[in-house]
Ligand binder design. Structure first.
Ligand code: ARG
Length: 455
């Protein structure tokens, strides 16, 4: 492979070592950014009087021309994208092209290229998160008056609106969006001007470079700048959290789709069959969403390990950052897109859910609060309802079937109005706090989410 550094060597690099060392197969996706960083650098070099205005124009025109030819470019002869851009530029414009790398190093260049690329991609990820939030909100809106059991410890707990269940994921995604906003801020930092590690011998205007390359901040220390991969770790962490959130959604869709729960149906176009069992309809898409999550955690561990104990400044270990970043970025985008489509392909089974709501123990807290409103202390009403639960189990009689004289044995405060407790709409609407499952609260969450999505 063609090198930019062969001057001091008596032998060419062993072909296996060459292949092992090269990053072109994956860093060629930085091409556009390496070229843009080059255009900014040419401007800064001419401002510093290192190249003439004419030379800068020639370099800029050559680089801009290369941008148009990306799809037909042959990257294979090069070690990395930086050598490819530099060499191809010199081929196209001649000797002047050889001046572009003045005062910079691949060490500060690769960090800048990667940051520029990731800044664009993080913005894309944030758009996808909002798109998914929008789908989640639409499903919530459609199903606000569908009621289902809410769980704690995977046991029936209290009745909730399906809209509330869905909006829980919207809240998670909003936090994910905030995490990526933070990652974007931490990625937004120009590293060029750091040279190989010690800085540059030319007084390059780094503020100008930053502005031209689209950064709002400049790295403070040259040694840190060429070896800092915190922005990579931040991205790997934020992706892991998002993937973990989506794995929870996937898992709930899987179990709610099972025969045992039967809360929802996945459309045939989003389910798969079995090669041996003719009756099977499997939730493979959701299972893969869940299954891929481990790759994100693995990527985060690999990133942290890449940095651990690494001496300053640049070491080739850092080339692996792109392998981690690009693979996680691609998979994150595909999970976000498929989640949106999966949600488009599920429907609640309202009738089946109604039979689930016949577990009247889910009204236990409402009964306890009924007594509280009539003057009983909560700890006492909790005990009374606990005794009623025992009685219900022993006598195989659900709460609404309790006779008034039986009720009186538990508390004299029970009256005729006890029987109106057992209504799912009433139960959810009796929740008064903001963020609760009451229909009004779910609607408010939906309105607020829509506002956030539009911002
Ligand atoms: N391909 C390298 C990377 O991704 C570019 C920097 C190479 N620097 C060096 N000193 N060998 O990290």
């Amino acid at each position: 492979m063609k090198k930019t550094w062969e001057g001091r060597f008596k032998k060419t690099l062993d072909p296996d070592a060459d292949r092992f060392n090269a990053s072109i197969s994956f860093d060629k996706r930085l091409f556009k950014y390496d070229v843009k960083a080059g255009i900014a650098h040419a401007k800064a070099l001419s401002k510093a009087g290192i190249i003439t205005v004419k030379e800068a124009k020639k370099i800029t025109a050559g680089l801009k021309n290369m941008l148009k030819k990306e799809s037909s470019m042959d990257f294979s002869p090069y070690e990395d994208v930086h050598s490819a851009v530099e060499t191809e530029l010199s081929k196209a414009i001649g000797e002047t092209g050889k001046k572009l790398h003045t005062g910079r190093s691949r060490n500060d260049l690769v960090a800048t290229d990667t940051r520029m690329y990731m800044m664009d991609e993080i913005k894309n990820v944030m758009i996808l998160i909002k798109k998914l939030m929008s789908r989640v909100t639409a499903v919530a809106e459609k199903n606000t008056d569908v009621f289902m059991p809410g769980y704690t410890h995977m046991q029936h707990a209290q009745i909730i609106s399906a809209g509330q269940w869905m909006m829980a994921y919207c809240a998670m995604l909003k936090r994910d969006h905030g995490l990526f906003e933070f990652v974007l801020k931490r990625t937004d930092c120009l590293t060029i001007g750091s040279g190989a590690l010690a800085g540059s011998n030319y007084n390059i205007d780094r503020e100008l470079l930053a502005k031209e390359a689209g950064f709002t901040s400049v790295a403070e220390n040259s040694m840190d700048a060429v070896s800092d991969r915190d922005f990579v770790l931040d991205f790997l962490y934020a992706s892991s959290v998002t993937a973990a959130h989506l794995s929870r959604l996937a898992e709930e869709i899987i179990i709610y789709n099972s025969n045992e729960f039967n809360f929802l149906e996945i459309d045939d176009s989003f389910a798969t069959g079995s090669s041996i069992m003719p009756h099977k309809k499997n939730p493979d898409i959701a299972e893969l969403m869940r299954g891929k999550t481990g790759n994100f955690f693995g990527g985060l561990m690999a990133g942290l390990t890449m940095i651990k104990g690494l001496p300053l400044a640049y070491n080739k270990d850092l080339q692996e950052d792109k392998v981690l970043l690009f693979s996680r970025l691609d998979e994150l985008k595909s999970i976000l897109i498929i989640s949106e489509k999966l949600l488009d392909n599920i429907s609640f089974k309202a009738q089946k859910l109604e039979t689930q709501l016949e577990d009247y123990f889910m009204y236990a807290v409402d009964i306890a609060d009924y007594l509280v409103k009539k003057g009983t202390a909560f700890r006492d009403s909790h005990k009374i309802v606990g005794q009623m639960v025992g009685y219900s189990i022993d006598n195989n009689r659900p709460f609404p079937k309790f006779e008034e004289h039986e009720l009186k044995k538990f508390s004299a405060k029970f009256g005729e109005d006890y029987y109106s407790i057992f209504d799912p709409v009433k139960s959810v609407n009796s929740k008064l706090t903001s963020g609760s499952t009451s229909i009004a609260s779910v609607k408010k969450q939906i309105t607020q989410a829509k506002k956030f999505i539009k911002e």
